[in-house]
Design a protein around this ligand. Structure first.
Ligand SMILES: *Cc1c(COP(=O)(O)O)cnc(C)c1O
Length: 393
């Protein structure tokens, strides 16, 4: 370990690697593994976006460095999208920044805004990148416990005053990974009020903003009056347009924070390839018909799975968005023992809830990222297990 920093040595092992290793062994032995652990869409990006990338890449002027903060077309498209969808006005020059995927922006944001020992409040259970980023930046991650009883909304009045005083940033994420929880605008109003009262930056991760079902529409934190003073919001093309590999996202909101992040990033990267940004602009400017079609697919898969969970002893809420179902493990199991049991006995991979934080214990995250046919096959296998009858010891 001579060349490996203590910081990197102390990073938690990437949570999916253990299951992926087991998956390979099983596959070698001829098991047909169904992987419901993958948190990325299996669907394809719409053809018009691919065509735009192809056309833009034919223009050699587009092969130079991008402006540090992203090209005008992309930043204008983000501002236009916020105006159209949320009625929120953004200045594309100062309140929008292009990111090489929102994960990059989330990790760099922490470096741009905290000093060593500052507290960052992170949702538990939550997307593991927040905690890792705080660790790498020398801050202190403090859990915001999210419980089923409170519909996975943080109880701001239960955060101690000492923590509130030292806290610099609070991450939230709705529609949520891994819990699939969704909120209405009043939750963001309370969050912004809490941020204002305690002088905390609210960083909202809206990676699943467009992946919502039936009539539910996810709000933006910037719809709260005055939110720009205390909040930024991360967005991504990855999940809405099935573009995970393209690495394109954005952050919007508070100018000062956006400028700080832009300054930090200008020393690290030089933004994304211009044709990718221009194709992403076309996606954001579209009528979002492709997103609705995807959502119809997810909702069908979700219903296929949701409708049998009760009979398997796995209680769950019917999600209004995301590509996940968050289900309680049957009596007698832990998150990890249940995930292992499903892999060993049914060849089905799910992610143990405990991988997303202490509060995820007792749950598993099931991703809706396989075809309806494969999902039905997984459901059949689960039903055959007769989970209620097994001896958990
Ligand atoms: C997938 C995901 C991201 C990362 O998206 P990229 O834009 O591809 O980096 C961020 N936050 C959450 C909660 C996610 O699930």
């Amino acid at each position: 370990m001579r060349f490996v920093s203590e910081k990197v040595q102390r990073l938690p092992e990437y949570l999916f690697s253990e299951f992926q290793r087991k998956k390979k062994v099983l596959q070698k032995n001829g098991v047909d593994v169904i992987d419901l652990g993958i948190g990325a869409p299996d669907l394809s990006p719409p053809q018009f976006i691919i065509d735009e990338l192809f056309n833009q890449s034919k223009n050699t002027a587009n092969h130079r460095y991008s402006p540090f903060s992203g090209c005008d077309e992309f930043k204008q498209a983000v501002a236009h999208f916020y105006e159209k969808r949320y009625g929120v006005n953004l200045d594309p020059d100062t309140e929008v920044l292009a990111l090489i995927g929102s994960k990059e922006g989330i990790a760099n944001l922490v470096h741009a805004v905290i000093n060593p020992e500052d507290i960052v409040l992170i949702p538990d259970p939550g997307y593991p990148v927040y905690k890792a980023a705080v660790h790498l930046a020398g801050g202190k991650a403090v859990s915001l416990p999210l419980d089923k009883e409170n519909e996975y909304v943080p109880q701001f009045n239960q955060i101690s005053e000492q923590v509130a005083e030292k806290a610099k940033v609070m991450f939230l994420n709705y529609p949520a990974n891994p819990t699939a929880a969704t909120v209405e605008l009043p939750t963001f109003e309370s969050a912004v009020l809490y941020a204002e009262t305690n002088n905390i930056l609210l960083a909202h991760d809206a990676a699943y903003d467009l992946i919502t079902f039936n009539s539910y529409k996810a709000p933006s934190v910037l719809q709260v009056t005055g939110a720009k003073k205390y909040a930024v919001e991360f967005g991504s093309l990855s999940k809405s347009f099935n573009m995970t590999g393209w690495r394109i996202g954005y952050v919007v909101g508070n100018k000062e924070v956006i400028q700080a992040l832009a300054t930090l990033k200008s020393n690290i990267d030089t933004s994304q390839y211009v044709p990718i940004q221009k194709a992403a602009a076309v996606a954001l400017n579209s009528d979002l018909q492709s997103v609705s079609l995807n959502n119809d697919i997810y909702v069908k898969r979700m219903e296929t799975l949701y409708n049998v969970l009760g009979s398997l002893g796995m209680r769950a809420q019917r999600p209004k968005g995301t590509i996940f179902v968050w289900a309680e493990v049957p009596e007698g199991f832990s998150s990890l023992s249940f995930a292992n049991y499903l892999l060993d006995e049914a060849g089905v991979i799910v992610t143990p809830g405990s991988a997303f934080g202490k509060n995820g214990e007792g749950f598993v995250r099931i991703a809706l990222t396989v075809t309806e046919e494969r999902l039905k096959e997984a459901v059949l296998r689960l039903q055959k297990l007769n989970i209620k009858e097994v001896d958990k010891n």
